[in-house]
Design a protein around this ligand. Structure first.
Ligand code: HEC
Length: 371
């Protein structure tokens, strides 16, 4: 069974990459999307908890750095301390900036402090990620959590991630090692800080769910019948449903919130809708399934993202949107009550979630490779 799964991963994930690649090349103007998105993001910083001297600098930054573009542009940038130093100087040298070296120094001081205490949202937005970002807006108002300077490698033997949450957030309660199995191990120092060690998922274990009666009607039943045909092996059925999704549902670049039947009728969906359709079709095929909510890494950052788990003698994560079976190890599950986490998710229950910071640890010698 395991052998079967690992074969499945390599085929499906290569395929997933191709899909992402083609979505990228379709969109000619990445830069437009990029500034557009940052400009539309939050346009103020709540400095009420900042030290008085930083609070005093905020109006300076707000006035000077909104002269030529929205203030949202620097606010939603993921630049940090040293990067800001060069950037503020570059901006101040633009003709007509009205930013003297002294003022540049003050703005740098503010941005450098701010980048240490406030989690960033989207800056460079990759068109291929727009559907994922859309889901994230729905799920938590958090668009993008920068986590690494280089692409996170889902094939690596393990991922080590430093998690740094807002003081209000008990990160241990937020992240969950699935069913006590080996997704995550904890070393915990303070409640709002932790280190996650994520290992490749083979089988999450857990106890068998009650046998689900295959049930579905209308579009979902038809889709399941079309996808599965006479196949009786559950693992094969999952593969066939993923194939069907890939052929029949277009990845929508706009957030959607339709139920499974409506998404099938529309012929497209975002990650939420893909997950709903997958769950409905798996249920129709008699495979116990549940939806999951969490973070998934794409390149150098994490995004909120839904996926599913199917019961095949143990729970196996499946990502219907990225076509991964099992879903790769960058899927970090968050704790939500109930089996249908997609419906049960309420970002409002996690104050401070929008300030979550993740840092993927990359080995030194690897890090020295040219960028
Ligand atoms: C004189 C006009 C001007 C002023 C003043 C100005 N900017 Fe800009 N900024 C630009 C232009 C033009 C761009 C487009 C990209 C470029 O030319 O680098 C830009 C782009 C940016 C970006 C997007 C960079 C990216 O690659 O995503 C950030 C962040 C930014 N500015 C921050 C600031 C900050 C911080 C300040 C205040 C210190 C500031 N800007 C003041 C003109 C200005």
């Amino acid at each position: 069974m395991r052998r079967g799964f690992s074969l499945a991963v390599s085929c499906v994930s290569v395929f997933g990459l191709l899909v992402v690649g083609s979505a990228l090349s379709q969109d000619a103007n990445e830069d437009e999307v990029r500034s557009f998105d940052a400009d539309l993001g939050v346009a103020y910083i709540d400095v009420s908890s900042y030290p008085p001297e930083q609070q005093a600098l905020y109006p300076v930054f707000a006035q000077k750095c909104s002269k030529c573009h929205t203030l949202a542009r620097p606010i939603n940038s993921s630049m940090t301390g040293d990067e800001w130093y060069g950037y503020v100087n570059r901006m101040s040298r633009k003709p007509g900036s009205g930013i003297s070296p002294k003022v540049a120094e003050e703005i740098f001081s503010f941005l450098s402090y701010d980048s240490q205490v406030r989690a960033r949202s989207a800056s460079a937005v990759d068109p291929a990620l727009v559907p994922v970002l859309a889901v994230s807006k729905e799920l938590g108002g958090v668009q993008r959590i920068a986590a690494a300077t280089r692409n996170v490698d889902p094939e690596s033997p393990e991922l080590r991630i430093r998690v740094d949450g807002d003081r209000r957030l008990d990160v241990k309660k937020l992240f969950q090692s699935d069913d006590g199995q080996k997704i995550a191990r904890w070393t915990q120092r303070e409640p709002n800080k932790a280190e996650l060690q994520v290992l490749p998922v083979e089988n999450l274990g857990g106890s068998a769910p009650k046998a689900a009666a295959a049930e579905a009607s209308g579009a979902v039943a038809d889709a399941a019948a079309e996808a599965i045909g006479n196949e009786s092996d559950p693992e094969e059925k999952v593969e066939l449903i993923l194939d069907w999704l890939d052929e029949s549902l277009e990845k929508s670049s706009w957030p959607g919130d339709q139920d499974a039947a409506a998404a099938i009728a529309a012929g497209k969906g975002d990650a939420t809708e893909f997950t709903r359709v997958f769950c409905a079709m798996a249920t129709a095929a008699g495979i116990p399934v549940r939806s999951r909510v969490g973070l998934v890494a794409q390149r150098t950052s994490f995004h909120f993202h839904p996926w599913a788990e199917v019961w095949l003698g143990g729970w196996m994560p499946v990502d219907p949107y990225f076509g991964q079976f099992p879903a790769d190890l960058t899927h970090l599950r968050l704790v939500v009550d109930g089996d249908d986490e997609l419906s049960g998710w309420d970002a409002g229950r996690y104050p401070g979630l929008d300030r979550l910071r993740l840092a993927v640890q990359i080995d030194e010698e690897e890090d020295e490779a040219p960028k």
